[in-house]
Design a protein around this ligand. Structure first.
Ligand SMILES: *[C@@H]1O[C@H](CO)[C@@H](O)[C@H](O)[C@H]1NC(C)=O
Ligand SMILES: *[C@@H]1O[C@H](CO)[C@@H](O)[C@H](O)[C@H]1NC(C)=O
Ligand SMILES: *[C@@H]1O[C@H](CO)[C@@H](O)[C@H](O)[C@H]1NC(C)=O
Length: 491
């Protein structure tokens, strides 16, 4: 009841808005041609009628069939509607019986509309055709695939799809891979939008796979109960995953079975994709990345705590990483990067001893900036950046900047450090080992010596080794030295 009255007051609001708008418009018209009042009323009435009609269609979806809807303003688009309602094809919105064939039939019709030219060469423009799930919950027994490749500008939206108990365990609920043997050079699909969907893989396979496609949108989806990947992206580019929730198990953290989480929420095996404003609440690996030039922003990972063997974001692109992670929240889960070359991590929050692990494969670390992040831990001495040298030490370190991070209850590490030391004598021996990230590496030192006594000493850097700096004066003085060291300077 509450919802119903809410809806009607909303409709009223919209209508009154339109009245104001139309009257405003009419006011303007009246200046030009006098006495247009009847026309305005007529337009208002037809508008109101169309609103009510729309409302009744929405509440009785099964009575709707894709046929021309009446309109007081006939235009070509209206005579050729491209919204395909799955219940019109016999899909069962209660989820009791198998809806695979019905939904596939709706998809087939949607991909069969009169093409409006091309997007990329070889991609027919479907003009924005929609497969509407009408808020239903549908059981499916095999992957939903498009019957033809080489189409684009299509949306599938608005409902729940659940894998049946006999769904193929290597399948994906929505599988955008090619069904036809297309030429190697062309993309399978372009501008396919999957929106407002709950995908339940029923612990049989994955949620969505996007293969060799361009400009795919995954927007406001909830993907759960996957055993392989929540979302798999393979080759192609520009898959945009946004405003979505992914979790192998439906939990809200601190789950007893967390140690057993096994799936990967997002598996990016392609370039130029974006994951923005996405929460990954359970999986062994939040995002596995093996393609370049992907960006992650507003990603919150609390999938499987690093302490239990989980990883938030795993960058497995040694030698050419080219990844940006910004404005994200690593919640008890870490970022792991193998031999990173060009990696940027900034403005992110690491909670619960979550950190960044730079894992040496061949000892390469190049072009890495980790700046302006916030770390919070439990005083276990966990380093905010950990160098995993189990395979090899890092021996090619260049342009690595770790600076301006802040830590609470964790061990702060940086490539730039400043210290001051008060002393009375001739030697100032300053040790930077507690804070510098790399052992035995100082590429640049600057210092100043402040002495207020009567004498005016001569002084010099006498030794820089093992992350220690020694300053010496030619006579005994009471002085304070200020030293800045840098491990990132390009030689
Ligand atoms: C995790 O998996 C192991 C081995 O399969 C099993 O013995 C254990 O009960 C599981 N734990 C939970 C909490 O589900
Ligand atoms: C500094 O040390 C010298 C001798 O080592 C001593 O004579 C002098 O009083 C000391 N000055 C201060 C300020 O401690
Ligand atoms: C600098 O100090 C190290 C010990 O930290 C020492 O082994 C080395 O010989 C010193 N170098 C010079 C030039 O004194």
């Amino acid at each position: 009841m509450i919802i119903k009255s809410l809806v009607s007051s909303l409709v009223l609001l919209i209508v009154s808005f339109i009245i104001i708008h139309v009257y405003g418009e009419n006011f303007h018209i009246r200046k030009v041609s006098n006495g247009n009042h009847h026309e305005t009323i007529r337009r208002l009435q037809s508008l109101k009628a169309s609103l009510t009609r729309h409302d009744s269609i929405a509440s009785t979806p099964s009575s709707f069939s894709p046929s021309p809807s009446p309109s007081s303003h006939p235009n070509e688009g209206m005579n050729n509607p491209r919204v395909f309602h799955v219940t019109s094809y016999g899909a069962d919105p209660t989820g009791n019986s198998d809806s695979t064939e019905a939904i596939l039939a709706a998809i087939a019709d949607a991909t069969n509309v009169l093409s409006e030219g091309h997007l990329m060469e070889g991609i027919n423009n479907l003009g924005g055709a929609q497969v509407n799930l009408e808020g239903g919950n549908y059981l499916i027994r095999r992957s939903l695939m498009l019957p033809v490749s080489g189409v684009g500008n299509l949306m599938i939206h608005g409902g729940t799809l659940k894998a049946s108990d006999d769904f193929p365990i290597d399948g994906y609920i929505i599988d955008l891979s090619s069904t036809s043997s297309n030429e190697k050079d062309s993309y399978n699909f372009e501008y396919i939008t999957l929106k407002d969907l709950l995908l339940d893989s029923n612990f049989r396979g994955g949620g969505i796979s996007i293969i060799n496609s361009l400009r795919t949108n995954i927007d406001n989806c909830y993907i759960t109960h996957f055993t392989t990947n929540g979302i798999l992206v393979q080759s192609g580019h520009e898959t945009y995953i946004r405003n979505s929730f992914l979790g192998q198990h439906i939990t809200a953290g601190g789950d007893k079975a967390e140690r057993n989480f096994s799936g990967t929420a997002i598996n990016l095996q392609g370039n130029d994709n974006a994951v923005t404003d996405v929460v990954i609440f359970s999986a062994q690996i939040g995002i596995m990345v093996t393609g370049q030039a992907n960006i992650f922003s507003g990603v919150h990972c609390y999938n499987k705590a690093t302490g239990f063997g989980g990883t938030g974001i795993y960058l497995k692109l040694p030698g050419l990483t080219q990844t940006r992670i910004v404005n994200s929240y690593m919640d008890y889960t870490s970022i792991v990067a193998e031999d990173p070359v060009q990696l940027h991590i900034s403005s992110s929050f690491f909670l619960g001893d979550a950190n960044i692990v730079l894992k040496s494969m061949k000892g390469v670390l190049n072009g890495v900036t980790i700046v302006d992040n916030m770390f919070s831990g439990s005083n276990q001495g966990v380093e905010i950046i950990h160098l995993d040298k189990s395979n090899s030490p890092f021996h090619q370190i260049d342009q690595v900047i770790v600076d301006r991070n802040i830590a609470r209850g964790m061990s702060l590490k940086a490539t730039v450090a400043k210290m001051s030391m008060q002393g009375n004598g001739t030697l100032w021996n300053v040790d930077f080992n507690n804070v510098l990230l790399f052992p035995n590496l100082i590429k640049n030192v600057q210092y100043s010596l402040s002495s207020t006594g009567r004498s005016f000493p001569r002084h010099a850097i006498r030794n820089v080794s093992d992350n220690r700096v020694v300053i010496q004066t030619n006579k005994v003085v009471t002085a304070k030295v200020f030293i800045t060291v840098d491990q990132s300077m390009v030689n």
